[in-house]
Write a protein that binds this ligand. Structure first.
Ligand code: SF4
Length: 331
């Protein structure tokens, strides 16, 4: 397992060797007969004030990674260090206090807001959980509603009175309320109309600057990730296969992707300029099962460049150039 080398003082979140397997039960006695390897030896770091885009196809383990980091799911092994504290070992009051430092924005702005609660109650809920009430709670709710472009007069209304984009603004306000340092945003714009997506993304960029936030931005949409991220990490079958910078010279992920899977993903993104055509790479076969992933490099059955070593040895995530990491024997 290799870690990116970045200045320790810059690091907000450090994830090392993270694993999450879901057991599959079978037989009369409902014994564990196998596992879905949703997150398998994942390591990365997130700097203060940075947005790291975590991309990959559905079911690659990116959302599970986010939930394990936030302790919404229990990790099987590995470590998650947040501001120097080992998150996976925290319990009780210590965990509750640490939780104020990281929040989540969910994909579905319809399902993630309780329809029976007013906007004031929804946005103020994480403050109440921290023992903040009265005028301080009201002041902070008004501040974050204003930050997401909602008039504070909406605080007595209910979620059904709002559009999808407005509901996602409420979800962002709720995440901002306890003054977190880290927000894990799980497909935060994928349920919204395209016309509203840009507004919500711009809002998230503004909030990052204003409140000094870092984002782990989970998405299957590379165009969205390119717009908002400083770096990008690509996941395939529970593992990170590439990490690169966005818009930074030779390590730019979008102009010089190194992993064959990343190249295939990028080739599938529609090209807005009709005079520029990407060479479309069509991947053979389906995404293999996470219950019994292929040996060695799990991408090898679909990789046109595969050689014998690819099915025999798992390639480690290695630094290829400054800030650009790839898990491929031939890169
Ligand atoms: Fe393809 Fe081999 Fe690289 Fe895997 S290790 S991406 S199979 S060339």
């Amino acid at each position: 397992m290799l870690m990116e080398v970045i200045a320790v003082s810059d690091v907000l979140l450090s994830v090392a060797g993270l694993r999450k397997y879901f057991p599959i039960k079978g037989g009369l006695l409902r014994r564990t007969v196998n596992h879905v390897k949703a997150v398998d030896d994942v390591s990365f770091s997130l700097r203060e004030g940075e947005t790291l885009g975590l991309v990959g196809e559905s079911g690659c383990g990116k959302s599970t990674t986010g939930k394990v980091i936030l302790r919404l799911l229990q990790a099987d092994s590995g470590s998650v260090t947040f501001r120097g504290a080992d998150l996976l070992s925290l319990k009780g009051e210590a965990l509750r206090r640490a939780r104020a430092g990281f929040q989540m924005i969910f994909q579905d702005p319809y399902a993630s807001l309780d329809p029976h609660m007013t906007i004031e109650s929804i946005v103020g809920e994480p403050l109440t959980a921290r023992g903040i009430g009265g005028s301080e709670r009201r002041r902070r709710v008004a501040e974050v509603l204003e930050a997401v472009g909602l008039d504070s007069s909406c605080r007595s209304r209910f979620p059904f009175e709002f559009s999808g984009g407005q509901r996602q603004r409420v979800g962002i306000a709720r995440a901002l309320a306890p003054e977190p340092s880290l927000i894990v945003a799980d497909e935060p714009v994928s349920a919204l109309d395209v016309s509203v997506q840009a507004q919500v993304l711009n809002l998230m960029v503004e909030a990052r600057k204003r409140f000094g936030l870092s984002y782990l931005f989970i998405s299957h949409d590379l165009s969205v990730v390119r717009y908002i991220s400083n770096r990008v990490a690509v996941m395939y079958l529970g593992r990170i296969v590439e990490i690169g910078e966005v818009g930074v010279g030779p390590s730019d992920f979008f102009t010089t992707p190194l992993h064959p899977y990343s190249r295939a993903l990028l080739a599938s993104v529609p090209e807005p300029d009709p005079f520029r055509h990407r060479t479309r790479v069509v991947l053979p076969g389906d995404v293999p099962s996470q219950i019994d992933p292929p040996s060695g490099c799990s991408f090898h059955p679909r990789c046109a460049a595969a050689e014998r070593i690819c099915s025999e040895e798992t390639p480690p995530l290695r630094e290829h150039g400054r800030g650009h990491w790839v898990a491929c024997h031939l890169a």
